[in-house]
Design a protein around this ligand. Structure first.
Ligand SMILES: *[C@@H]1O[C@H](CO)[C@@H](O)[C@H](O)[C@H]1NC(C)=O
Ligand SMILES: *[C@@H]1O[C@H](CO)[C@@H](O)[C@H](O)[C@H]1NC(C)=O
Ligand SMILES: *[C@@H]1O[C@H](CO)[C@@H](O)[C@H](O)[C@H]1NC(C)=O
Ligand SMILES: *[C@@H]1O[C@H](CO)[C@@H](O)[C@H](O)[C@H]1NC(C)=O
Ligand SMILES: *[C@@H]1O[C@H](CO)[C@@H](O)[C@H](O)[C@H]1NC(C)=O
Ligand SMILES: *[C@@H]1O[C@H](CO)[C@@H](O)[C@H](O)[C@H]1NC(C)=O
Ligand SMILES: *[C@@H]1O[C@H](CO)[C@@H](O)[C@H](O)[C@H]1NC(C)=O
Ligand SMILES: *[C@@H]1O[C@H](CO)[C@@H](O)[C@H](O)[C@H]1NC(C)=O
Ligand SMILES: *[C@@H]1O[C@H](CO)[C@@H](O)[C@H](O)[C@H]1NC(C)=O
Ligand SMILES: *[C@@H]1O[C@H](CO)[C@@H](O)[C@H](O)[C@H]1NC(C)=O
Ligand SMILES: *[C@@H]1O[C@H](CO)[C@@H](O)[C@H](O)[C@H]1NC(C)=O
Length: 493
């Protein structure tokens, strides 16, 4: 029975990166145009990392790499593999917005297609990437163009498979970052071709409302919208109804928000009148800036569960963005819909990896629910989860962990003893995300009985505090360093 539970955890939303077909994808873009350095990415939090961007040369139609990007591109895979040797990397090709016409000139001519395809494969291999991503071509009303796109995708896949055969290496992954709506008026993306040729499709689930375009505050990455169809839930249902299986869909998470200037500071809801962007020229603010400079905590921070978005009000500045609550809800949505995983734009906008570790937290809660036997009781909500965490922690701390367990569970033959599972789960729900394990470490602790573990403190968002937590030496908290041989045994207290 317990073995079944562990299997469930390991394989359903799989934590291992070995079985590609069943993997829960945790992908992130790294934007070479930003200021951040590749070596600062905590790659243990992801299964896939994608370098953004390469372009298409508008005269040769070969892949074009900006000279400034080349040094980072050449070392990207090696650097992110230092911390996580099993990470998979992709190279993303930008074909959106103003570069759309170059993309279509390329796709229309068979010889141009060949130039593009061959050079994309050659460059990906040359720089050590494991896949290619095509970013951000929107659906067009011209059905001829959509058909041409389908032909390009067929050719691309054929070439990738041929190269794999000839080189005796696994085929490059091929992924698409698509618009949240798969169609425009009556024309649609070439769905059959997409389903056939791509390993998965990222649905870009943000940029719905921008302060440069609209004079009303909006949830730019709304999961739901009661008053319009501009929402991720609507988009995903459209993709599925047009034939893309849920298992090929990756949910897009945004690690940035948009700031509006309110017309009247006292009217500060979603949909309140605004006069344009605030703080930044276009209003776009990375999550870490929202947290560090905008004072978005406490009373200023709101959460709207109708839209599934956070917002922050600071005087006449209104910022719509996703904080931990919204991210957790979206990740749960992606799991519940049977999607393949999620993708983050972009990883270094996170603040101390708080958002990227929201996923580990939800796993911790799930594991506690399972071992206590409360998993199949649908009536539990957030409040009850919190009580569950406190209850679990109190029992674990005084050595009575078994009182917590579902009596029908038997761990005699399991690699993960129940009390050990409980400790792992408690580590996942630590208040400080730095104290939570990465998914990689989490899965190795579940699978390996002798992997060392830290001692959990009282779980997150608890109203109670331990007296002995107050003066804890920080050196003992230096636990989750890097890599999968990563855990430094904590000094026993
Ligand atoms: C595109 O390729 C042509 C021919 O190699 C080259 O002259 C041109 O500089 C390239 N464009 C860019 C933007 O590098
Ligand atoms: C082609 O790309 C070059 C370099 O980015 C740019 O200067 C030029 O205007 C482009 N030509 C066309 C026709 O878009
Ligand atoms: C992409 O579009 C931008 C903006 O029009 C242009 O400056 C750039 O040259 C284009 N890049 C290529 C490679 O065509
Ligand atoms: C649709 O696209 C094709 C190929 O680019 C082009 O030849 C045709 O003129 C376009 N049709 C319309 C109505 O714009
Ligand atoms: C949303 O789309 C549905 C069809 O899927 C349509 O019936 C409905 O009118 C649309 N709602 C809005 C507000 O546009
Ligand atoms: C979300 O915002 C809308 C629009 O301002 C409001 O009508 C609704 O009550 C809010 N929902 C929640 C749960 O706060
Ligand atoms: C928004 O309001 C400002 C100030 O009233 C105005 O200058 C601007 O043009 C408006 N923008 C849009 C997109 O309506
Ligand atoms: C409001 O935001 C400004 C930046 O625009 C920041 O300097 C200030 O500290 C914030 N106010 C509070 C009370 O956090
Ligand atoms: C489900 O949980 C509720 C609230 O904790 C409890 O009252 C109820 O008895 C539970 N039902 C089952 C079948 O365990
Ligand atoms: C544990 O394994 C042994 C040997 O395979 C088996 O006899 C025993 O029934 C198992 N116990 C449980 C609780 O599954
Ligand atoms: C389990 O963890 C221990 C301690 O870190 C390590 O020495 C051992 O190699 C691990 N075993 C496996 C199968 O990973």
């Amino acid at each position: 029975m317990l073995f079944t539970i562990i299997s469930f955890l390991l394989f359903l939303p799989s934590l291992t990166s070995s079985s590609e077909a069943q993997t829960w994808i945790k992908e992130g873009y790294w934007n070479s145009g930003g200021q951040s350095q590749v070596r600062h990415i905590d790659s243990t939090l992801f299964t896939h990392l994608t370098f953004a961007f390469a372009y298409i040369n508008n005269s040769t139609y070969e892949l074009w790499i900006a000279p400034n990007d080349e040094p980072n591109m050449a070392t990207f895979t090696d650097i992110v593999r230092l911390k996580n040797p099993s990470i998979t990397t992709l190279l993303s090709i930008w074909a959106g917005d103003s570069n759309f016409s170059t993309f279509f000139s390329m796709a229309t001519q068979p010889s141009h297609r060949t130039s593009f395809i061959e050079s994309s494969i050659q460059r990906a291999r040359f720089y050590g990437f494991h896949g290619l991503d095509l970013c951000c071509v929107k659906p067009d009303t011209n059905t001829t163009k959509m058909e041409i796109m389908g032909i390009l995708f067929d050719d691309w896949r054929t070439a990738i498979d041929r190269e794999s055969k000839n080189s005796n290496r696994s085929p490059l992954l091929l992924t698409l970052a698509g618009h949240y709506l798969p169609s425009k008026n009556t024309a649609s993306y070439p769905m059959e071709s997409i389903r056939r040729n791509f390993d998965w499709v990222l649905i870009v689930s943000y940029f719905y409302h921008l302060p440069t375009m609209e004079n009303f505050t909006g949830a730019h990455s709304a999961l739901y919208d009661p008053s319009s169809n501009i929402s991720t839930d609507y988009g995903i249902k459209e993709w599925i109804s047009r034939g893309l299986p849920a298992k090929k869909i990756v949910f897009g998470l945004a690690y940035h928000g948009y700031a509006w200037t309110l017309l009247d500071a006292s009217a500060n809801e979603i949909g309140s009148p605004a006069t344009g962007p605030a703080v930044m020229p276009e209003g776009l603010i990375p999550y870490k800036i929202i947290k560090s400079y905008m004072g978005c905590d406490g009373e200023k921070l709101g959460y709207n569960s109708t839209y599934v978005t956070n917002y922050c009000i600071n005087g006449s500045v209104w910022i719509g963005y996703d904080d931990v609550e919204a991210i957790k809800t979206k990740v749960s949505y992606a799991r519940a819909k049977g999607l393949l995983g999620y993708n983050v734009w972009q990883v270094t906008n996170d603040d101390n990896w708080v958002l990227s570790k929201a996923d580990v937290y939800s796993f911790g809660v799930l594991l506690l629910q399972i071992i206590s036997g409360k998993r199949n009781n649908c009536s539990h909500g957030l409040h009850e989860d919190l009580n569950l965490l406190d209850y679990a922690y109190d029992l674990w701390k005084c050595g009575k962990g078994m009182v917590f367990m579902d009596p029908s569970l038997d761990d005699t033959n399991s690699s993960c003893k129940l009390v050990r599972c409980m400790q792992i789960a408690l580590l996942c729900v630590q208040e400080n995300p730095a104290d939570r394990p990465s998914m990689l470490v989490f899965s190795s602790m579940l699978k390996n009985e002798t992997a060392p573990m830290n001692i959990p403190k009282r779980p997150a968002f608890s109203t109670r505090r331990d007296e002995d937590e107050v003066q804890e030496p920080t050196s003992q908290q230096e636990i989750w360093s890097v890599g999968d041989v990563s855990i430094t045994q904590m000094v026993a207290r």
